[in-house]
Design a protein around this ligand. Structure first.
Ligand SMILES: Nc1ncnc2c1ncn2[C@@H]1O[C@H](COP(=O)(O)OP(=O)(O)OP(=O)(O)O)[C@@H](O)[C@H]1O
Ligand SMILES: [Mg+2]
Length: 268
């Protein structure tokens, strides 16, 4: 791992998070969740955001997805300020947000209906994505008939169905068992490579971030800011053997030490 990523830096900036501050009004007064946070994500990059619980990761994703208005600063996507949800963005939320009265297939097709895309054409894509997340047998089931992890996998298929350029993922694998998690990490790497997507991926897991990312943004505890921007240059494609490599262990250890330092700093 080195600081700075020459290859990605040559590509145009797709997402520019510019001095973003979000202050929530709460019963105990205003809470500043993120403070003047800046980051640039280049076209085709896979960037993870790592940070302690409550540091503002979901808040950051809320602004980038257009669901939350920042108190100051802005997010620019392709140079245009994000003012609301956009068709070229797919979002996987921290909790599965499926519509209980729709089947798995119908839930995955929601973006197609909302964006008024051709149903027939996209139905085949939805089927393929449901197969990819291992839920083909459950395509006609309702969310309450699925486990939390299965519901989350429906959310992943739904985020990809309209083929968005930018994929925002908020701890998408947190509810999955270890084996499914590993399988989904490999699948996500494949989707990212084949479909040439840009991914902003939030996770609590250091190994997951190191395995998937070109770059890792480390956030401080609240109010959240980016305190480290670390390039992760382990050769691709990465596979299960990557997990055994010394460079992988070294990258994970370096991040663990960084986190310890941040947490010790926050306590003083
Ligand atoms: N709607 C809200 N009203 C008031 N405060 C909020 C609201 N949403 C979040 N917060 C506060 O903002 C801060 C950041 O929350 P956020 O959910 O973005 O953190 P996070 O990094 O995603 O945490 P986790 O890793 O636990 O998911 C926290 O202190 C939280 O209490
Ligand atoms: Mg969160």
């Amino acid at each position: 791992m080195v600081s700075g990523n020459a290859a990605a830096a040559d590509r145009p900036v797709l997402l520019d998070i510019d001095r973003m501050t979000v202050t929530y009004a709460s019963s105990r007064g205003p809470v500043t969740a993120v403070s003047s946070l800046s980051a640039k994500i280049h076209d085709g990059e896979f960037v993870s955001v790592l940070g302690p619980s409550g540091c503002g990761k979901s808040t950051l994703l809320g602004v980038v997805s257009g669901l939350l208005k920042p108190s100051a600063g802005q997010a620019l996507l392709g140079g245009i300020p994000v003012k609301g949800p956009r068709p070229d963005v797919g979002v996987v939320f921290q909790r599965p947000t499926l519509l209980p009265w729709l089947t798995v297939m119908e839930n995955v097709m929601v973006p197609v209906r909302t964006l008024k895309l051709p149903q027939k054409e996209y139905a085949a894509r939805a089927e393929a994505l449901i197969e990819m997340v291992g839920l083909h047998r459950f395509r006609n089931h309702y969310p309450n008939e699925l486990s939390g992890g299965m519901q989350q996998r429906v959310g992943i298929a739904r985020a990809l169905v309209h083929d968005p350029k930018l994929l925002l993922m908020d701890e998408p694998f947190a509810a999955l068992d270890a084996m499914t998690r590993e399988k989904m990490s490999l699948e996500l790497q494949r989707i990212w490579t084949d479909a040439k997507k840009t991914v902003l991926f939030i996770t609590h897991s250091i190994p997951e971030a190191v395995f998937l990312s070109d770059r890792i943004l480390v956030m401080s505890s609240s109010p959240g800011r980016v305190v480290e921007d670390i390039a992760c240059d382990i050769p691709r494609p990465r596979n299960l053997d990557t997990l055994e490599e010394p460079s992988f262990a070294a990258a994970c250890n370096r991040l663990r030490r960084l986190f310890d330092a941040i947490e010790v700093g926050a306590q003083h």
